[in-house]
Design a protein. Structure first.
Ligand code: BGC
Length: 780
């Protein structure tokens, strides 16, 4: 591999399966013995599929798969899946938490192409990512690897990434399917989730990527879903994934997720990773021989492994190379795009009150905080990349300012340089450094040990020494900009009164340090927006009390009220809402037009966005749908679409899109399908979920879900039924029964309205045959 040349653009031939003749899947499959087919269904080692060799010739070559998701982690000798062994240098792009905050599908596609190029240049067939699990709780230790608390953002961004990667002729692995929303007990816990919640919250991001981008592989999760291990979950792996969504690729286990291999094959788990040392291959063979497993199922799984090999071969035959500098520059662009400016309040200064950012005088700053020198730019575990370069904010800022701006560490980090001084001495030095500086740039964030694959966080707080540093520094110089690093929500409300400017670069990858400086100096206008709510307190979060579960079960008790859906439903205050992010310019929204689409089911939405400020900037316009009257509880608003627009000062653009039937529907668990219940919907357009600028009501015809009347329908259901109501009233009046008049008495009616008519009728003395006749009439 040569690092410094660019790879020729992928041709159509690179991305399609090898033509018949070169590696004919069906011919190869037909030639394999049962033992050989079974051997294909598990790995050779940690990272390779098993080859089939016969008489010294290779019948089926082995291919390599490797992590993923925001950079290639191709381990050299010491293979493990814990991120411990060394891996080849690769560009560490921003983590999904940062990429997600860009809301930029075009950018994600370009990052995907770069990832694909590096994967291909390293002779790897499949990059193990992206992860589209929903951020159910900010405590999940692996949230940095996931995009959002919302399935539409997660699904759309991951679709773009998968498209980009696969355009280079290499594959992806969409993971972790499904309901893997915590690290605690992840290999055993049962995620107990009702079907509506699965369908509306936890599955749609997977569904979007599968139906729109056809990832080469999907990786099942470790956990159980409603009591059944995902690795042998027939409903998930076959009914939903293949039969309903039309998935054409291969299902691979998460590393070590297999429990019962034979049950897994039957359920649709094609490939077990890593190697089982041949043990489970033998179990598969024995099960077929004993008549417990249909050989056709082994054939189906082996065929998918062969198809994966076949589609990998063209790129493996032409690996190419990649441009390290260009990829670093892209990583920097992406990290800047994902940086979220949370706050930029005016602060008194010589020329009157003004926001601190962008920096007017980058040389007149004090840089504080060890994280400015020792960046945290990725998370621990299987996604850990060995970066080709690493930028820190301090060096980047000095370069941008053209001056040796002063620095003080203020606190220590385990991963930073040794410093024997006491915490008090470090704070004192920082306070002295801050005093008199035009602006203080204070870098705070979560130390590496606070979040990782493998375990969850215990709280949302910054370390106490960092908060103490902020307080001491702000007392000496209130012109403080806090720059946060961390892979998930951090509680800011205890201290943000001391930070008039606040931004987060998340875990921004190897160029995160220079990217955040681009935003501070205004070289880049911030355009990132939160894809997860920043709550006031852990106790306010949706899964609190139900996370991470107990006694082997985690109950998804909050149902569909995840993320902003929860805070909005409860009208709860938050620190910063979903979708929030400031810019150095301003945007106005207007001209909202909504009208039912031609098919009667969809809604066409059109509005304008204008850059009303003085800088070139990008705005993420968000479209939310609410269905205030429905048979089931619906969140007040749900994101259904978004558009990132690029506008010069004074420039205006029109965003036009169509909300589909599905965008307006909910999943009806009783009917087992998506239902568009007719009525009035609210379409809101905004700069965040709580900065809604435009709203319109649209009447949609939809379905009438009124169930047919029976004797067991309640009195109220009868009374409100267009046919049954008048019939019932007439029948009661005509009956002459002493109690008939009381039924609709305004005081009495509310007490009995919820009773089945059968019971009301029997108390009132109605004869069963009369009720039967009435019911018949009402239904005819
Ligand atoms: C992780 C996966 C990863 C795999 C291989 C597992 O522990 O959950 O995301 O792709 O290891 O490293």
């Amino acid at each position: 591999m040569t690092l410094d040349q660019t790879l020729p653009a992928a041709t159509a031939d690179d991305t399609i399966a090898q033509p018949a003749g070169a590696f004919d899947v069906e011919r190869v499959l037909a030639s394999l013995s049962l033992e050989e087919k079974a051997s294909l269904l598990s790995g050779l080692d940690f990272w390779h599929t098993q080859p089939v060799e016969r008489d010294g010739a290779t019948v089926v070559p082995s291919v390599m798969v490797t992590d993923g998701p925001h950079g290639l982690r191709k381990q050299d000798e010491s293979a493990d899946h814990l991120g411990l062994g060394n891996s080849v240098p690769a560009t560490c792009f921003p983590t999904a938490a940062a990429l997600g905050s860009s809301w930029d599908t075009d950018l994600l596609r370009r990052v995907g192409e770069a990832l694909g190029r590096e994967t291909r240049a390293n002779d790897v067939a499949v990059l193990l990512g992206p992860g589209v699990n929903i951020k159910r709780s900010p405590l999940c230790g692996r949230n940095f690897e996931y995009f959002s608390e919302d399935p539409v953002v997660a699904g759309d961004l991951a679709t773009a990434l998968v498209d980009g990667i696969q355009s280079l002729g290499v594959g992806t692995s969409l993971k972790h399917f499904a309901a893997n929303n915590q690290e605690a007990d992840r290999m055993r816990v049962s995620a107990d989730v009702d079907e509506r919640t699965l369908r509306e919250i936890y599955l749609p991001a997977f569904e979007r990527v599968v139906t729109r981008a056809q990832p080469w592989t999907v990786m099942c999760s470790y956990n159980k879903v409603n009591g059944v291990y995902a690795s042998q979950h027939d409903w998930l792996l076959t009914t939903v994934l293949r039969d309903e969504w039309g998935f054409e690729g291969l299902v691979v286990s998460d590393w070590g997720a297999v429990r019962d291999r034979v049950a897994g094959v039957a359920a649709g788990l094609d490939l077990e990773m890593p190697s089982s040392g041949g043990r489970t291959d033998a179990e598969v063979v024995a099960a077929v021989r004993a008549g417990a497993l249909d050989e056709a199922l082994v054939d189906a799984a082996a065929r998918r492994v062969l198809q994966l090999v076949a589609r990998s071969l063209p790129a493996l035959g032409a690996p190419g190379s990649f441009d390290v500098e260009a990829h670093h520059a892209l990583a920097r662009e992406a990290a800047a795009a994902g940086t979220v400016l949370l706050r930029n309040d005016p602060v008194d200064g010589p020329a009157g009150p003004a926001p601190l950012l962008p920096l007017r005088a980058p040389a007149d700053v004090a840089v504080l905080g060890e994280l400015a020198r020792t960046p945290r730019y990725q998370g621990a575990g299987s996604s850990q990349v060995n970066p080709t370069r690493l930028d820190d904010a301090l060096t980047a800022l000095r370069a941008a300012a053209g001056a040796d701006v002063p620095f003080a560490a203020g606190y220590t980090l385990d991963e930073g340089p040794d410093d024997d001084r006491s915490p008090e001495a470090l704070v004192a030095e920082a306070v002295e450094t801050a005093r008199g500086a035009g602006t203080v740039l204070l870098f705070l964030g979560l130390p590496a040990a606070y979040e990782s694959e493998g375990y969850d966080r215990e709280h949302l707080d910054l370390p106490a020494d960092q908060v103490a540093l902020l307080r001491a520094v702000a007392a000496a110089n209130p012109r403080v900009v806090v720059v946060l690093a961390g892979g998930s929500a951090i509680s800011v409300s205890p201290w943000q009164d001391a930070a008039p400017a606040l931004l987060t670069g998340w875990l921004g990858g190897q160029a995160g340090g220079s990217a955040v400086v681009d935003v501070l100096t205004g070289a880049v206008t911030p355009s990132g927006k939160l894809t997860e709510t920043l709550p006031l307190r852990l106790e306010d979060t949706p899964a609190f009390g139900n996370f991470p579960g107990e006694l082997g079960h985690v109950r998804y008790g909050e149902g569909v009220l995840v993320g902003y859906r929860w805070y909005d439903a409860r009208r709860a205050e938050v620190a910063y809402p979903f979708g929030h992010g400031l810019s150095y310019t301003t945007f106005a929204y207007g001209d909202l037009v909504t009208r039912p689409g031609r098919d009667g089911d969809s809604v066409e939405v059109r509005f304008s966005v204008t850059n009303t400020g003085t800088r070139l900037g990008q705005e993420v316009a968000q479209i939310y749908v609410g269905d205030p009257v429905a048979t089931v509880l619906r969140p007040p608003r749900e994101l259904k679409a978004f558009a990132k627009v690029d506008l010069h000062p004074g420039e205006s653009t029109t965003v036009a899109l169509t909300l589909s039937r599905r965008d307006l529907s909910y999943f009806h668990p009783g009917l087992g399908r998506w239902v568009l219940e007719g009525g009035q919907f609210v379409i809101e357009v905004g700069a965040s979920s709580r900065d809604l600028r435009l709203a319109a009501h649209v009447d949609v015809v939809g379905e009438d879900l009124t169930p047919p009347l029976t004797e067991w329908s309640t009195l109220e259901e009868w009374a409100e039924h267009p046919v049954g109501g008048p019939l019932l009233r007439g029948a009661l009046e005509a009956s002459g029964l002493p109690m008939a008049g009381a039924v609709f008495d305004p005081e009495f009616y509310p007490v009995i309205a919820g009773m089945p008519l059968l019971k009301v009728a029997s108390f009132a003395g109605v004869k069963p045959e009369d009720l039967e006749a009435l019911t018949e009439k009402a239904r005819s």
